[in-house]
Design a protein around this ligand. Sequence first.
Ligand SMILES: [Zn+2]
Length: 399
Amino acid sequence: MAHDEPQKPAGPAKLVIRNIGLLLSGKLEAPILDADTVVAVDGRITAVGREKDVDTEGATTVIDAHGTTLAPGLIDSHVHPVIGDWTPRQNQIGWIDSNLHGGVTTMISAGEVHMPGRPRDVVGLKAMAIFAQRAFWNLRPGGVKVHAGAPVIECEMVEEDFKELAAAGVKLLGEVGLGGVKDGPTARKMVGWARKYGIQSTIHTGGPSIPGSGLIDKDVVLEADTDVVGHINGGHTALPDDQIRCICEGCKRGLEIVHNGNERSALYTLRIAREMGDLHRVILGTDAPAGSGVQPLGILRMVSMLSSLGELPAELAFCLATGNTARMRQLDCGLIEVGRSADFVIMDKAQHSPGKNILESVQLGDLPGIGMTIIDGIVRTQRSRNTPPAGKVPEVVAK
Ligand SMILES: [Zn+2]
């Protein structure tokens, strides 16, 4: 992504993170890397390996991880931003920055639906989507990459509208079903237009979210055929288990589990996906801000909940919030590999948590403590103000 970063220093910025105790890759097929050092130049990973084997010369920033755990920055696949770092839903300021303290470095908008006075006419909704895309491209609260500008489709739209949106830089559709289109055939037609022009789609799955919204059941979800089955565990109200199973088995699309949904249905979805050998389809979101609030630790809580109650090894649970989402949504972050964006979260077992290491502690249901976040190779936060305190924290030793 060719973002202009205001903080970018003149000359190459070389970041070396050494003494990493555990390196989580974000990849389901190889979740733990045999390496202790990561190097990034100008915000991109250039080397991952043992310190003696990689070129650490000429670093402009050196971080001693002090044996802690490095993972790709977490990705929240489902948020509802409006403007800047403010949400009118719960009237909170700084909610995105607060999520950064929960390890989230990238967010995907599922529609800017909380905009007060949200326009629903075609010209108005297109203008709002383009505005949101631009505004969050130009402003990253706390450094967090917010992919916004996700229009909610209405019945009056025609193919030309999707072509125009795509040409203007819109890459996402907001949740199908939050606007006037709630039937399978219309949704399928418009999702097809969106796909034709490179716009990725998602759908509101389950019962109504707030008064005025409606039910989207398995028949509509399967017919609409969006790229992501948005909050398959409901937001808030989940479909019955047999319908969730039908959706999992009836398509090959992304299965998104959110914090703002039904936790039992989340665990059911996880179980079905694992039985099918389709864990790569499972991605995580919060659906924040929502009626249940802003959840700065929502993604970490999902990782811990699915790992502990779903008996999923923690190193795999982290993949659902990193590599799985990045691959499905074609992001350049989310995996620790050369060429990817240098977006990291550095964590350790929380103080006084049981378990002999961070993975055991997460599998026992606790949250890890975050010691640092890095976006585009730049340190954004140090010891988290929101997680329990980490046992050990990384340290910037040269700058
Ligand atoms: Zn929804």
